[in-house]
Design a binder for this molecule. Sequence first.
Ligand code: HEC
Length: 277
Amino acid sequence: MKKNFVSLAIAGAFLALGSQAAMAAPDWAKAGKSTIHVFHPGAAPIEWIQGKGEHSGASGLKKGETCAGCHIEDGKLSLDTKRLVSKELEPKGAPKTATYPVTVQAAYDASNLYVRLTFKAPAGGFDKSDKDNEVKATVMFPNDKVPLGEQAGCWAACHEDSKGMPKGKDKTKHVSAGAMDLMQWKSSGKSVDGFVADKRNMEGGKAGATAEGAKAGDTYTVTFTRKLAGNAVLAPGKAVPFGIAIHADNAGGRFHHVSFGHTIGLGADGDVKAAKQ
Ligand code: HEC
């Protein structure tokens, strides 16, 4: 008798949660669509990007230009993807597909930001070390204290001494000041609410991030919900920097396809425009 009551109560709580989530979810048909091209970054950490001689963008970066400002023209990548998969920048081995498009949508309300990614994850990966997850999708938001956060997006956390890099040791993604909110969806069904500070933390995030995803045919649709509050505080009327990364075909570690740093405008201009719903 008691047991029944408890399970009913739990079922009721789940129902309530479910319908609340359904009510809060934005109407995606009303949200605009932006295309962001993700690409295999090779082993080109922020130190390489800042190093004069090897990367002629280094001086422009110092002057305050963004990666996207130089590397995206008319919404298309201006990047030598053959070089990214060559021995110079990728000593280990590269996925067969160097770059592919991701459709990004966003919306917000009084307490949350919603981000939806739609993409076809390519096969032909090189590193297939994540046996549990065919696909993982990650979004990061650097706060305003992260050095180069606004210009470089996720790249501000990608260092040459990180695990998996040619000169790397046992460090994970890290930033020297500030923090990045990290939210991740795993195709095994889990989601991560984490952050990157002096190291990567896959739990204990401040943005209360959750993620849901599904595959229909060959297309993945992943929806993230995060609070406007977090390490990066999102304010209506402003654009916030963010970046995305997708691990396709069971890829692990640095063998993801990533974006440059972009912006989501909350009721403001941005690479992705989020309207209030
Ligand atoms: C002022 C313009 C400018 C900025 C800012 C800039 N780059 Fe570049 N980048 C270039 C140019 C030009 C090249 C190609 C020639 C070279 O390697 O110097 C290049 C090359 C690259 C390459 C190697 C692939 C290729 O096309 O040769 C990568 C990777 C790269 N940039 C990443 C970045 C990232 C990440 C950022 C931001 C953190 C960034 N760049 C900022 C101009 C820029």
